[in-house]
Write a protein that binds this ligand. Structure first.
Ligand SMILES: C[S@@+](CC[C@H](N)C(=O)[O-])C[C@H]1O[C@@H](n2cnc3c(N)ncnc32)[C@H](O)[C@@H]1O
Length: 202
């Protein structure tokens, strides 16, 4: 589906998913489990800090970060997703925006203390995945943190069989660029799929 248009088809998918015509596993109101566990184990406190959620989908992770005290911007390329997130979480204080990772507002460059990317890079083929990765890392402010969560390629299916396109270790390690350094790359075995949870700091 949509191989010729690596980002435009997402909006169609949301419309179909919300109408119940197709399954959309990321329609959830709870924070992603690996995000919640990561935040919980360090007692993450966002008071006085900014966060951005990349490819925020229906908004649950953004609202969770807002509940931890962060001032949160959350964006997605799919207008339908952003519209639903705004309705679902009216009053959450999250600034939900329609924006394309491949053409971000220049003022967002290096301006967030925490950048959370969950399952967006792996949703994209290559290209434009590397350009999208560059955009994700570019959001991290000096002293800021990037948290990236993705399915982990285990060699069981061809690399081009997606979406999703589970990520190779080399790609995950390669997010440490332009002054970002790896804090921890965790190789996890989730209920649905093997996963990476990686953190970086600038
Ligand atoms: C697999 S979904 C994951 C959604 C959400 N992060 C989650 O974990 O529930 C991938 C998301 O990335 C968004 N997306 C894809 N390409 C994008 C782009 N170029 N810019 C912004 N968002 C994008 C899609 O619309 C979709 O919401």
């Amino acid at each position: 589906m949509g191989r010729e248009q690596p980002t435009a088809w997402f909006d169609e998918l949301y419309a179909e998913g919300l109408a119940g015509a197709v399954s959309m596993p990321w329609d959830r109101v709870e924070p992603q489990v690996l995000l919640k566990e990561w935040a919980g184990r360090q007692g993450l406190d966002g008071t006085g800090r900014t966060a951005v959620v990349v490819g925020c989908g229906l908004g649950a992770d953004a609202v969770y970060l807002a509940s931890l005290g962060f001032t949160v911007t959350a964006f997605d390329v799919a207008p339908t997703a952003v519209e639903v997130a705004r309705e679902r979480f009216a009053g959450s204080g999250v600034d939900f925006r329609v924006a394309d990772l491949l053409a971000l507002p220049p003022e967002w460059q290096r301006s967030f203390d925490l950048v959370v990317e969950i399952f967006t890079l792996q949703a994209l083929p290559e290209p434009p995945r590397s350009a999208a990765a560059q955009a994700v890392t570019g959001l991290v402010a000096d002293g800021g943190t990037l948290l990236a969560i993705a399915f982990r390629a285990d060699g069981s299916s061809p690399a081009d069989a997606g979406p999703p396109f589970p990520l190779e270790r080399g790609f995950v390690e390669g997010l440490a660029r332009d002054g970002l350094e790896v804090v921890l790359i965790e190789e996890l075995d989730g209920a649905r799929a093997a996963a990476w949870r990686a953190t970086y700091r600038r």
